[in-house]
Design a protein around this ligand. Structure first.
Ligand SMILES: Cc1cc2nc3c(=O)[nH]c(=O)nc-3n(C[C@H](O)[C@H](O)[C@H](O)COP(=O)(O)OP(=O)(O)OC[C@H]3O[C@@H](n4cnc5c(N)ncnc54)[C@H](O)[C@@H]3O)c2cc1C
Length: 386
């Protein structure tokens, strides 16, 4: 078994890479860094026009019918280039759920528009009082005639201040056991009673706390059965749990290698002449390689029709914890200059060491914390008791 790309996928990857090199200019990178927002309408539209937004989707939805490996190489490149795609990813994920189980009316109204860049969708699962235990959601949706009236608040609704809709988890039957009283809605964010307030994270990313005060939506905005929200949510969590951050480690490795060959260390010799530098860089290279293989194993399993129940969390935990280890290791290696920021003209490698160090810390939290992922491996992968 091997996870090498075939020649067609390799050619496609090279094409996408050349496009990203062209459009992700230093000016664009600075604008993204300053905004703290992982989305840019123009960039997203460009991906759609080139057919890179969802290459595995059918042509009628703007895809290229290419299959999971083409999707995978695009995902890897977006991370490798640190491209602002989070809102595009959440939009595509919800569009795929609506395409699978949404009402015909929602499918017609949302899916084509989401896939051609005319609308965007953020995720509203986490609340101020519950994140990992997402089934404890307390935001209420109460039936009122043909409508639902929503009250509550959601934490970390990333891009909730710019998206058109939020994919919202709400409690519809508080008297039922917690997993059985939830329903999913697609809430238009121009609704009266919705408010988003900025929350700035350590990584410099802007996310939001969002408030719903008597937000009224028609029943046509419900996704799935009433009280069937847990099953609908499961479709998106599966996707999140089988993730990997290896390309960010590869990005760190690129910068570390370049720094080691150019930065003077002892006397006039470059840093790479030092065996400790080589040892640490080799360690980062190994972490990048293992992370890539673990994620590609998940893609391969999905292609075989198998769900990577434990393999997905293994990929997520290993790659994010390796990213933390590697970025700390490299900052220690580079020394005080390693914490100079992107906006400091004297920062080595345009401040990428400092930026990756801060970025890495959030990766072990979102899309399921390491502790929660370990429980999934123990219970569902190894069959151990709760
Ligand atoms: C930058 C960022 C962006 C995000 N974007 C979104 C978004 O767009 N939409 C969205 O809905 N959410 C988003 N999240 C929320 C994210 O999914 C949650 O932060 C995450 O699920 C953890 O929930 P929590 O923060 O409430 O922590 P908690 O669940 O309170 O966990 C606190 C600690 O307790 C541990 N813990 C909790 N339960 C268990 C358990 N059963 N066993 C062992 N340990 C446990 C956790 O691992 C963690 O270390 C984002 C978070 C961040 C940081």
């Amino acid at each position: 078994m091997h996870f090498r790309l075939d020649s067609e996928t390799t050619a496609f990857r090279d094409e996408v890479r050349a496009y990203l090199q062209e459009v992700l200019t230093p000016e664009f990178e600075e604008q993204t860094y300053r905004s703290g927002v992982a989305h840019d309408d123009g960039f997203a539209k460009g991906l759609i026009e080139k057919g890179y937004f969802a290459p595995g989707w059918p042509v009628e939805f703007g895809g290229q019918d290419r299959g999971p490996w083409a999707e995978q190489v695009v995902k890897e490149l977006m991370m490798r280039f640190d491209a602002p795609v989070y809102l595009s990813e959440t939009t595509r994920m919800v569009a795929s759920i609506i395409r699978a189980i949404g009402s015909p009316e929602l499918q017609e109204r949302i899916v084509p528009a989401a896939m051609n860049g005319d609308l965007t969708i953020a995720l509203g699962f986490t609340e101020p009082e519950c994140g990992s235990d997402v089934a404890a959601a307390a935001t209420r949706a109460v039936r009122d005639g043909a409508d639902w009236v929503i009250n509550g608040s959601k934490m970390f609704t990333t891009n909730g201040h710019i998206a058109d809709y939020v994919f919202l988890l709400a409690r519809t039957s508080p008297e039922k056991p917690k997993h059985k009283g939830l329903t999913m809605f697609l809430v238009p964010l121009d609704s009266t009673g919705f408010e988003a307030q900025a929350v700035w994270t350590l990584s410099g990313e802007r996310t939001n706390i969002t408030f719903y005060s008597d937000v009224r939506v028609g029943d046509q905005w419900r996704i799935g059965e009433i009280d069937g929200g847990w099953q609908v949510l499961g479709l998106s969590l599966q996707d999140e749990h089988a993730s990997g951050w290896g390309p960010h480690i590869a990005r760190l490795l690129d910068h570390a290698e370049r720094w080691a060959q150019t930065a003077p260390a002892e006397g006039c010799r470059p840093a790479i002449a030092n065996s400790d530098v080589r040892r640490r860089i080799a360690r980062v290279a190994m972490e990048a390689e293992v992370s890539e293989l673990l994620l590609r194993r998940c893609v391969w399993m999905s292609e075989q029709g198998r769900h990577p129940v434990a393999e997905g969390p293994m990929s997520k935990i290993f790659s994010t914890e390796a990213l933390e280890r590697a970025s700390q290791d490299i900052v220690e290696l580079v020394g005080p200059d390693g914490v100079r920021s992107f906006l400091d003209p004297t920062a080595p490698e345009q401040g990428r060491f400092e930026q990756l160090l801060r970025f890495s810390l959030g990766t072990t939290i979102y899309a399921g914390t390491s502790e929660v992922q370990r429980s999934i491996i123990a219970q569902r992968g190894l069959g151990l008791p709760r």
